[in-house]
Design a protein around this ligand. Sequence first.
Ligand code: ATP
Ligand code: MG
Length: 344
Amino acid sequence: PQRRPQSSKQRFVQELSQCLCDFVAQLLPTPEELAVKEDVRKLLERLIRSIEPESRLLSFGSTANGFSLRNSDMDLCCIIDSEERLSASDLVTMVGDLLARETRFVIKPLPLARIPIVKLSLPPSPGLPFGIACDIGFENRLALENTRLLFCYAMIDPARVRTMVLFLKVWCKRRKINSPYKGSLSSYGYVLLVIYFLVHVKNPPVLPNLQQLPPLRPITQEETHLNGYNIWFFDDINLLRERWKSKNTETVAELLIDFFKYYSRDFAYNTGVVSIRSGFILKEIKLPFFSLTCEKDPFETNFNVARCVTRDGLYTIRGEFMRASRILATRPERAIVALAQLCE
Ligand code: ATP
Ligand code: MG
């Protein structure tokens, strides 16, 4: 039988998917970078153990959630396995002093921040052209769990989920809408937008809702709760990869086009809350203007991940979603041109 000729749209979408994969592949961290970061983690852990022998220093954020780009910062969390421990702010001060004495890092302790952290950095050098930026926090166990949740989502369908997330991370950085300090959204916020879209908006869904799947065996309240929050989710990824076959067969380019369309046009910013656990939720209360957009944390459900987003920030972010949507709708002759325009 004769093959039907491809329409220009099909050709564009196919080419765009290939371009997205190639583009993202170039931006993954190199094995050398990962090795250097692991060495840094081990060194810092060893030093911190001279203050708190029962401590472990664990990676969270992009270094551990499967959505890491080249030269991303390191998020580290110090967990202390003994009953008696110093307060986070005392630890920040002591660890800050110690690291300033014992290492070449530039150290900035922030003992009085809402979440006390020690900031470390190494300026660029020939061996490390982008230097290193690292934050160490203490006892932030929820962050370790949300990192594990994102990692599981990344692993279910890496070809589509990781490609989409990594592209969006590059895109939002290049478009300068990735600074919570300046009124836009953190990387974590964008990742949650993608997962929400793939779990709750796409029909059939690309991803299952890991927080709502039934557990394989009965689990106790103790196992599921941390600091009063339900942190349970289905984390047997090998089993999921065997059993979860999404009926959604869209390519990564089709999903991306639809993602931009959804967040520029369809999402009800004034009335809705994005929650990857519960789907779309109506805002029950009138939020102050700086919370015009509201995103629920998967575990800390009374916590607005987008609380830093200002009215102007939201306006800009939505404008960027529209711009991206427009560029993709014009379908330039070459998909690579569309990508370059998107990230200009
Ligand atoms: P990047 O590669 O840009 O650093 P990232 O995946 O490390 O991206 P970040 O935004 O740096 O993402 O967040 C790292 C971790 O910090 C997240 O996994 C989350 O645990 C926590 N986090 C960041 N922003 C928020 C937020 N607004 N609310 C709650 N937790 C957050
Ligand atoms: Mg990070």
